[in-house]
Design a protein around this ligand. Structure first.
Ligand SMILES: [Zn+2]
Ligand SMILES: [Zn+2]
Length: 244
């Protein structure tokens, strides 16, 4: 957790600097952010077509658009070239905690936020919906890195799906739904044991996961050069090593 927090604190200032141009453009009135759907400061075909109904339609459109964008950006970050240069720091965390949610190489974190910032330059976005959606995104990102597997849903890309991503790398690149992973052939159904309290933390389940994870680490990264400092030899990590 200490290392996750350190990586996050290093990334946030740089991500913030890269985001500034989008915010400057927004406050200068260059985006489609609006107060009232029936009396906007600009003309936009979707507002002309839907009027007040767009206040509600924008939510699923926002989630679908950004889910699609992040899927492809995240998938590209797993290409050989980008993985070792940008995305590997986020995959240091095989079993992430909520603190891993923003622990990225700064350019990686920024790249995955681009669809959110592009949205109000393409689609109309109500100003309070903007705040609500950005708050929701932050909470969601924290939640999918939490080991609490609430949603065992075939549609929602919840914590269990993202745990699969951190364990086995080349599956479940999506953010909110499993839609694009299913269409892109990268969906992997979370192991059912994760949802049963008794088996979730059981040694058998862990050991099985560790064996497959280590095989995939070798495939994706070659040599595993992870180092977590002196805390490395404690707890379940030590147990897992003992079994091998
Ligand atoms: Zn990834
Ligand atoms: Zn992650």
């Amino acid at each position: 957790m200490r290392l996750e927090i350190k990586q996050t604190l290093e990334a946030i200032p740089v991500m913030a600097i890269f985001t500034v141009p989008f915010f400057v453009a927004e406050v200068r009135g260059l985006s489609f952010i609006y107060d009232s759907a029936t009396n906007p400061e600009f003309t936009h075909p979707l507002l002309s077509l839907f009027g007040n109904a767009w206040n509600w339609i924008q939510f699923p459109v926002f989630l679908t658009f950004t889910d699609f964008g992040i899927y492809w950006i995240h998938r590209a970050l797993h290409s050989k070239f980008l993985y070792k240069r940008l995305h590997k720091p986020h995959h240091k965390w095989i079993m992430p905690t909520p603190f891993a949610s923003h622990a990225f190489h700064p350019l990686d974190g920024f790249a995955q936020s681009v669809p959110y910032h592009l949205f109000p330059f393409i689609f109309p976005l109500q100003k309070f919906a903007y705040i609500a959606l950005f708050t929701f995104i932050q909470i969601w990102t924290v939640m999918i890195h939490d080991g609490e597997y609430v949603a065992n849903s075939p549609i929602i890309n919840g914590a269990a799906c993202h745990t699969m991503h951190h364990l086995y790398f080349n599956y479940n690149y999506g953010q909110f739904t499993t839609l694009w992973d299913r269409l892109g052939g990268s969906y992997r159904k979370p192991n059912p044991e994760l949802f049963v309290k008794e088996t979730k933390m059981a040694a058998d389940e862990w050991n099985r996961q560790v064996v497959e994870m280590e095989k995939l680490v070798k495939e994706v990264e070659g040599k595993d050069d992870r180092s977590y400092g002196p805390a490395e030899e404690v707890g379940v990590w030590k147990e897992a090593k003992k079994v091998q």
